[in-house]
Design a protein around this ligand. Sequence first.
Ligand code: BES
Ligand code: ZN
Ligand code: ZN
Length: 467
Amino acid sequence: MEKFRKLPNFQPKSGTMQFLRFSSLRKDVENTLFVGLGVPNDLTHEKLRQAAGKAYAKLVSEKVKNVCILVDDFKKVIKPKNLLVFLRAFGEGFILASYEFKKYKKPENKEHDHNSLENIVFLCTDTGLKNQLEKELSEVQAIGQAVNLTRDWSNEPSNIGTPEFYANQSKKLAQKYGLKCRILNKKDAQKENMGLFLGVGQGAEKEGFVVVLEYEPKGVKKHKTTIAFVGKGVTFDSGGISLKTALKMEEMKHDMTGAATVMGATVLASLWKSPNHIVSIMAFTENMPDGKAIQPGNILVSRSGKTVEVINTDAEGRLILGDALDFAQDFKPDVIIDAATLTGAVSIALGKHCCGVLGNDNAVISQLQKVGDSQGERIWQLPLYDEYFEDLKSNVADMKNATNDSQGGTIRAAIFLKQFIRKGTRWAHLDIASTATDLSHISYYPKKGSSGIYVRTLAKFAMEFRK
Ligand code: BES
Ligand code: ZN
Ligand code: ZN
């Protein structure tokens, strides 16, 4: 191997790979994949995740079934203090790359299935390191479970992935992971005066549900810190009476990815045994245009009592979140983070290399950004000056949900949400509309469909947040 490294035609630059077949020469090692990691001093967690993602794809295409990662080789180039976290990042890249949404494909049409990797082993001669690595890798396995759950939820077509489906799934998963689960149906939402949430669902045949999940840390008697997560769960967004055009409308099955992200993060934080209490609220409904649907010009009364003139029924996410955020505050959380595929405008502003964050607390926002950076999940702050609310003043109600021009769309949506945040509540909003799907430029995400990004960041934030 040493000799190979010195060959003039192999330059181990970051992103390069060299696959050698030894099948006819040796019995113990059939093939070897050399993965270039570049200059050791420039190595980052994210480079390792992406190198692992690439390696995974290469191994699958070469029809390798069992792979053994030589930890001792990493030791030659990585400083001891970085070794464990870098190996973990490599494991994360592998596990995140191994996803395929294949439940509706016949076996012969599945891309990976016949040739997917069956076993991944880290081979390590140092027993001290081995024990530590085992612990890290069990956390990595939890990442696989949680992120793939989010991806599965998000990819589910809306004829199966109905609000009722996610409510039932939540119940089952709550049992599996030891979470408390309460489900509010339409009647319960009426009792809670969730006029905005109910308004959005009015034009749909399928009943909407609000799911409340709670994770209680073991051994902590009194709640020290409560984190609330809130997720937009629009299982299909047709736009309602303000109907969307046909092009890419099928992608609106992913409009519940905020809720799916919250679900994955809650599961992951529970598997990681977060020391903080977590309350997760996911508001599931469809946005459809039938004879009972809300119409532009209608006025809805929110749970908070504030009234909203609906200018555009396609600006539905902010409506359901308005009620969900108000509801979340009854749990007296120390911080609320919401996640939503809220605006097309966030793709215009930021593209696919980060999501947008807006809120009322810069310390919370910078902590989210810091945690996000550590996970390779970038988050960029947009301003939330109160003056933006001027655009949403209504002649007939306390506010309107949209205006008829498209300036500052992501900020306008967030300033709308802010009207439902009570004085003293610390809050940040993630607009994940552009990053929720199709992150094909990063090797460990699926080429198409749900990315599962921000599950790790939210879970880590839930682990680390202190008042
Ligand atoms: N679900 C959409 C936002 C979206 C767009 C997500 C593209 C993913 C990809 C949201 O409900 C919406 O339709 N927003 C409108 C708001 C407008 C009517 C004020 C938008 O962004 O165009
Ligand atoms: Zn919409
Ligand atoms: Zn939407």
